[in-house]
Write a protein that binds this ligand. Sequence first.
Ligand SMILES: NC(=O)c1ccc[n+]([C@@H]2O[C@H](COP(=O)([O-])OP(=O)(O)OC[C@H]3O[C@@H](n4cnc5c(N)ncnc54)[C@H](O)[C@@H]3O)[C@@H](O)[C@H]2O)c1
Length: 346
Amino acid sequence: MRVLVTGGAGYIGSHTLIELMAQGHAVCVLDNYKNATPAVLQRVRALSNGTMTDYAGDVRDGAMLDKVMTTFKPDAVVHFAGLKAVGESAEKPLDYYDVNVGGTLAVLQAMDRAGCRRIIFSSSATVYGEPVYLPYDEDHPTRPTSVYGQTKLAAEHILTGWTKANPDAAAVILRYFNPVGAHHSARIGEDPRDTPNNLMPFIAQVAIGKRDALTIFGDDYDTPDGTGLRDYIHVVDLARAHVAALDYAARTNGAGIFNIGTGQSYSVRDMVSAFSRACGRDIAVKVASRRAGDIAAMQADASRARHAMGWTATHTLEDMTASTWAWQSANPNGYQTETDTSKITP
Ligand SMILES: NC(=O)c1ccc[n+]([C@@H]2O[C@H](COP(=O)([O-])OP(=O)(O)OC[C@H]3O[C@@H](n4cnc5c(N)ncnc54)[C@H](O)[C@@H]3O)[C@@H](O)[C@H]2O)c1
């Protein structure tokens, strides 16, 4: 298939490009580099023999989308482009609605103009909100507690409405749990620009000496060790879920919603211990009070994805920590080429 990948230079997008090309798909990236650098695509090209073109542009720019659609003529779109920081979404709600909802609308409108009828969408487990039961299945009530989660849910509704209005269309909505890890080559990985919002890159920066200690927000939750439980999924497993979703979208119509997680959860302290084993260093931690809006535990029931798409996660916790450490230690400054590993002021 010919696949347009919006946000393809980002963390999940870059890993997905490699998996798509490995399966013989031709890919085209549209990214505005708001949270990525073109150097990512150079590394992806070096890791793959596949066909890849790329455009620098914004998904809210209809004329740009039309240009890409008429030139590349995609059979399907994988739509990653978006803003993803839960905390920031409360401070900049209009930006989050503009990019995450407005961007999705613009992509669908351009697909309509071009007659493209298949889309895979990056949603999030944050659409569920406070668990009524665990593991979450896809029928769990959706009551997101953040603006970010609300924008993802709004985009899901738009996609569902689009498939109802277009019986020949397919939208596969993937609700990701907690993506971690890096490509086994250690050439691509997660490269947060500011203070990492996610646990694993933060731990990795403590391990490499860029930060003094990991702050654990709350160790008094009703969990076995008091710290929050999350369902971590290796980014390569997540990337492969998109390949499976494209195959599924090619043989179905309508909207399908799938949890993409492992079905297993680990605590913050579990992750710190596992990372410490992977890097052979102690990880300093300090404990602070809970953060507003944080949930004690999250875990996916990923059986629908297994049954319908034949996808299942295969990477272990050790794969997640070892690959993160390999990426971090080989690229102390991420995609920047300088070798300055001096401490960052928190
Ligand atoms: N990483 C996670 O924990 C997680 C969890 C659930 C869902 N998601 C979703 O998955 C998608 C990809 O996440 P990621 O972790 O790879 O994030 P990322 O920030 O690394 O990638 C997003 C990419 O989109 C690009 N982009 C942003 N706004 C754009 C715009 N207006 N036009 C064109 N490109 C734009 C960025 O430059 C970046 O390359 C996002 O939609 C995110 O909300 C991520």
